[in-house]
Design a protein around this ligand. Structure first.
Ligand code: AMP
Length: 280
């Protein structure tokens, strides 16, 4: 496995690989990798000859009050996990190279960035699309793999890929969960054991909605009301940011759940903001 830190070496290596007829898949991450990331790497390995995993804690996607400085980092463990999952190249650029002095060019997906997460985190997607566009330019992948866990991010990036005409196959891989249903996340490490259990409230609420839809209850108001009750019962201190039922691709709100609906929610728990989603 090769580690590349230089933003000038990386495109050279990609060009050489392409010249040798090798296809490249990119898995962008912010590091502190878990089994969810490993699943993306394994999925990437199936769709290309060479898998590049980028590790970059992107300052531009964190709000001023968010956890950029304390976001967990462990490069050594990450390397071992990437190697085990089948990654070939780890790309670890420096913030000063990605955002040199006087940086002022951003990529914005206008509409899809404004709803759901965008309401609570106004500059978040602008930071995500800008860094991923730069990563695409530097690593030149044929395939890019993202997780359904951050489904709005995936939808926003898919739109950017199409709008900017990147010749990149866009893959969205399923959410990997802990045994008790909690979606794996680098931020789960902030919790104590008791808080960690309460964090399952998102999954329980989504599961309840799924069962209700299965039994024929499709009215979104009824579904949301039951989900709120489940969250309160599991985690009385949880603050619900939003529960939304939207069309999967357009993110437009719906009043009746159907096969093309995705339910997503954000909950603040002990100062950690958790997101999760489910399709029915
Ligand atoms: P992050 O390091 O949190 O920026 O995530 C990097 C990529 O991993 C994104 O495409 C995420 O959607 C994906 N990811 C994070 N957690 C999970 C998970 N539990 N299951 C699947 N993919 C995930």
């Amino acid at each position: 496995m090769q580690t590349i830190r230089s933003i000038t070496k990386m495109p050279k290596v990609s060009r050489q690989l392409a010249a040798r007829g090798k296809t490249i898949a990119l898995v962008p991450t912010m590091g502190y990798l878990h089994e969810g990331h490993a699943a993306l790497i394994k999925r990437a390995k199936k769709s290309a000859d060479v898998v590049i995993v980028s590790i970059f804690v992107n300052p531009k996607q964190f709000g001023p009050k968010e956890d950029y400085k304390k976001y967990p980092r462990d490069e050594k463990k990450d390397m071992a996990r990437i190697k085990k999952a089948g990654g070939d190249i780890v790309f670890i650029p420096k913030a000063i190279d990605i955002y040199p002095d006087n940086f002022q060019t951003y990529v914005t997906v206008e509409k899809l960035s404004k709803t759901l997460e965008g309401k609570s985190r106004p500059q978040h997607f602008r930071g995500v699309t800008t860094v991923v566009a730069k990563l695409f330019n530097i690593t030149r992948p044929d395939v890019a793999v993202f997780g359904a866990k951050d489904f709005q991010q995936a939808i926003v990036l898919k739109q950017m890929t199409k709008d900017l005409g990147y010749p990149i196959k866009f893959v969205i891989a399923p959410t990997v969960r802990e045994k008790d249903g909690l979606a794996m996340s680098s931020r789960n490490r902030y919790f104590t054991a008791e808080q960690r259990h309460q964090a399952c409230c998102l999954y329980y609420a989504l599961g309840t909605a799924r069962e209700m839809v299965k039994s024929g209850i499709k009215d979104v108001r009824a579904l949301k009301s039951e989900m709120r009750a489940v969250i309160k019962a599991t985690s009385p201190k949880a603050k619900i940011d939003y529960i939304a039922f939207t069309e999967f691709d357009s993110l437009k709100p719906v009043s009746k759940a159907s096969k093309s609906t995705i339910c997503s929610l954000a909950v603040r728990l002990h100062n950690v903001r958790l997101i999760d989603n489910m399709r029915f």
